[in-house]
Write a protein that binds this ligand. Sequence first.
Ligand code: COA
Ligand code: AMP
Length: 629
Amino acid sequence: MSYKEVYEASMADPNGFWLEQARAIDWDRFPTRALNDENAPLYTWYGDGMVNTCWNAVDRHCEAGRGAQIALIHDSPVTGTIQKITYDELRNRVAMLAGALRAKGIEKGDRVIIYMPMVPQAIEAMLACARIGAIHSVVFGGFAAHELAVRIDDCKPKAIIAASCGIEPGRVVHYKPLLDGAIEQATHKPDFCVIFQREQEVAHLEEGRDFNWYGFQYGVEPADCLPVEGTHPAYILYTSGTTGAPKGVVRHTGGHLVALNWSMKNIYNVDPGDAFWAASDVGWVVGHSYIAYGPLIHGNTTIVFEGKPVGTPDPGTFWRVISEHNVRSFFTAPTAIRAVKREDPKGEYLKKYDLSCLRALYLAGERADPDTIEWAQRVLDKPVYDHWWQTETGWTIAGNPAGLEALPVKIGSPTVAMPGYDIQILDEAGHQMKPGELGAIAIKLPLPPGTLPTLWNAEARFKKSYLEHFPGYYETGDAGMIDENGYVYIMARTDDVINVAGHRLSTGAMEEVLASHPDVAECAVIGVSDDLKGQMPVGFVILTKGVNRPEAEITSECVKLVRDQIGPVAAFKLAVVVDRLPKTRSGKILRATMVKIADNQEFKMPATIDDPAILDEIRDALKSIGYGG
Ligand code: COA
Ligand code: AMP
């Protein structure tokens, strides 16, 4: 079938189309219908089916005779180790861990936070939760204790599974003290913690509360897979919104299984048995969908990579991993390719490796700039596919369905809408715009399976954030256009979310931290263009009246505060003191205009600005830190 036929079938009969795709999954009870639209605009999928994620990701492959196939390869240049785990071994490890969790009282629906670096145990912990119907919430290791505490209080986990440490180039990340700090800060306390002690650092265990990963599994009965409803939450993943409070994106079990399985062949073009690699982190949605679940559900070999694109040890690392593990499809963020390109512009490192196994490179997480795509196409001599999606959707909204029908690549566009996504460009009043016109990108409801049905414990916020602005649509928060041939172009965010090195961050959250500094009266954070990371946050602070300490002292305290409160991942390194901030007459800070000044772009003087002279002051402040030349 052609892409067009498949897409049209998904639009004409969503229920029939997605019921058909569900046949690729092993159900304990096959659903009688796919879509439930009785509570529109809230939709759910596969509600009367019964299914288990871990069975589909692990056990069924063992039963089908693939037990000896490598399920997971942990390639860790930061520790100098490579470990391979077969599907049979994975089943045994996960069943034991699940059994130990159950023995300590974890039941279906209980939440479990996972705070771990890129080790196989992180994936095993996710699968162990899935095996017994517990709902996991993985928190990225680059977040500080405070961010972890916020998530503990929101999802109220019965248990937390963590590692003793993570390893960043040049430093050990002490997870355990961060975890202890978070539990101390949080109002909710978990019943117990399970700590995976790594060789690189053994952490102190709190008597009675903390258990050792291995010791706690001693003598337990391995757990079988517990079938759950298709609408049972598989996980909660927090992502940045406009305010400091992260949004708990909920993923339902049935749709997650069906959509990810569909995407592995049709988008990433891999067959069961092929090695697939997403160089991301389990703390992000890419890690959930394409390190942990997608490849395993589809019977692939997944690579768990603990390293960086450069410096571990050199810019040839990606190519070494691809060649050594026979990777067929490779997925990373444009920023990672930019980092490699910067250190190895001629692709000299790449020439050392045989990359004949690699079929294509996939990019997502941020806008893929044409230079990066063209460079990768040139040095790799393979197709480079940009694709667009979000934590909320869990899988591709617009991409190139290369396994179904490879469509011509238009640089600057992530290609076309995937099945089930009716992407439209709307003006402020919600009217559909013409091809080529720029507007807000919205998706006509219902969203396909695998996408978010709601936010954890926050249905009203879910409706307000995504469904109310354009009734009948899901608002993506991105702006862009669609051309005459249906190619989608993503241009910018319409909210205060910025994207730093492929990591989604909230400027609002950083502003909340800056505002807590006793010498800061008012502040604004904007994302300015950065050659490597796409965007970098810059903070502007107005000092409290009467404060007359050196400005540099205060700004460096601000930088430290953001690092301590949000974490190193915020990459917040630049703050500058100003006397005033540009505002509209109604008091709204003109952040978009400030971004234009920083990026040296033309801008229209906002009609509602209260005093245009402030913009010159902002320009000077930016110049003092090397921006807006
Ligand atoms: N645990 C603890 N700290 C972490 C971390 C983790 N898992 N991941 C990143 N950090 C820290 C980094 O050490 C760095 O700290 P520093 O300020 O002390 O140097 C900080 O967070 C910022 O990290 P990052 O933005 O990743 O920058 P970097 O300088 O370490 O590396 C790149 C730059 C481009 C090589 C890197 O950003 C990269 O590989 N990006 C890929 C992005 C990606 O995979 N995104 C996922 C979406 S698909
Ligand atoms: P996240 O939820 O972290 O995956 O971030 C999602 C956001 O990243 C999207 O809303 C976009 O703003 C941006 N994004 C992701 N992929 C792309 C892409 N291929 N092109 C442009 N922007 C992208």
